[in-house]
Design a protein around this ligand. Structure first.
Ligand code: NAP
Length: 276
């Protein structure tokens, strides 16, 4: 059994993952911005440590890592789960909103991983699971900031694997489709601060769609949590796991599109070498 360290464990997917890990017999470090609120979500257990961790605060990441090591002696699985969503057209998102999006969903996971990697290197083992999104596979309207963060997360995770796999450390990207959590509530979703009249009609339609999806998402976060427990038992993690039939279809379409883009300009693409 291992030690799972989970960000954003007080609600949503993080809570499901933490509970599934406890049921599977693991020890769990459940972290969140408000430790008291996280603690309320769990029954007390010797296998559970609740620690304050705002992923945007590198100091919190170090303190939480130290507390985890002091209590359980090691960290086997880090789940970079916490994030928020800044939904809106690029021109309507303020620079501050873009910064906040990147802070929770991209540099936040980096802060936590940076704090934990020394322990994993010392152990010569570890798994870093980063919860991305379908928006980390394809760019979608209304998701410019979010896709910037999630594409960044995917690229970072893939590159990190190459750097740390010689130390026995694996990374896995998880791209979920729509899952029924609190993600589309006002607790986690923030709409654009600015308005540009050209976007007014589409903004109204897209915002209404997003609000309508709240509570109607097809994915079951409890099943996603169990899927992660199953994948952890595999001899090695896959580099990427597509979570949900909707995102499998998205990924397949991306392959078709990319292949068509390659084929359309293969000759021009391949003609750019310096002549010798
Ligand atoms: N649900 C979906 O349809 C869906 C689809 C694709 C990807 N995802 C991804 O899945 C992950 C989990 O989201 P969810 O669906 O479980 O959403 P959720 O129910 O809204 O939960 C979000 C979690 O992130 C935490 N969080 C936000 N900012 C934080 C910060 N600065 N520091 C620490 N924790 C922070 C929240 O804690 P507080 O209670 O303190 O706010 C909460 O625990 C996210 O990475 C999200 O991008 C979700």
């Amino acid at each position: 059994m291992g030690v799972w360290f989970i960000t954003g464990a007080g609600r949503g997917m993080g809570l499901h993952i933490a509970k599934a890990a406890l049921v599977a017999g693991h020890q769990v470090v459940a972290t969140g911005r408000n430790a008291a609120k996280v603690a309320e979500a769990f029954a007390p257990s010797d296998d559970l440590l609740v620690v304050k961790l705002d992923v945007t605060n590198p100091g919190d990441a170090v303190t939480a890592t130290e507390a985890a090591i002091a209590r359980f002696g090691r960290i086997d699985v880090l789940v970079n789960n916490a994030a928020s969503y800044f939904g809106g057209y690029f021109e309507e998102l303020s620079p501050r909103q873009i910064d906040l999006q990147l802070a929770t969903a991209l540099t936040g996971p980096m802060n936590v991983t940076r704090a934990i990697l020394p322990a994993m290197r010392q152990q010569r083992s570890g798994k870093i699971i980063s919860i991305s999104s379908a928006a980390g596979l394809v760019g979608m309207e209304f998701c410019t900031a979010y896709s910037a963060a999630k594409f960044g997360l995917d690229g970072w995770s893939e590159a990190l694997h190459a750097e740390v796999s010689p130390f026995g450390i694996q990374t896995m990207i998880v791209n979920p489709g729509f899952f029924r959590t609190e993600f589309l509530t006002a607790e986690s979703t923030h709409y654009a601060d600015l308005t540009v009249s050209d976007y007014a009609d589409r903004r109204a339609g897209t915002e209404a769609f997003m609000k309508g999806m709240n509570g109607a998402q097809g994915g079951d976060p409890a099943k996603l949590a169990l899927a992660l427990i199953t994948l952890d038992r595999e001899p090695a993690l896959p580099r990427r796991f597509l979570a949900g039939a909707d995102v499998v279809a998205t990924a397949e379409q991306k392959i078709v599109t990319l292949q068509a883009e390659i084929d359309a300009y293969r000759a021009l693409s391949s003609s750019l070498a310096i002549d010798v």
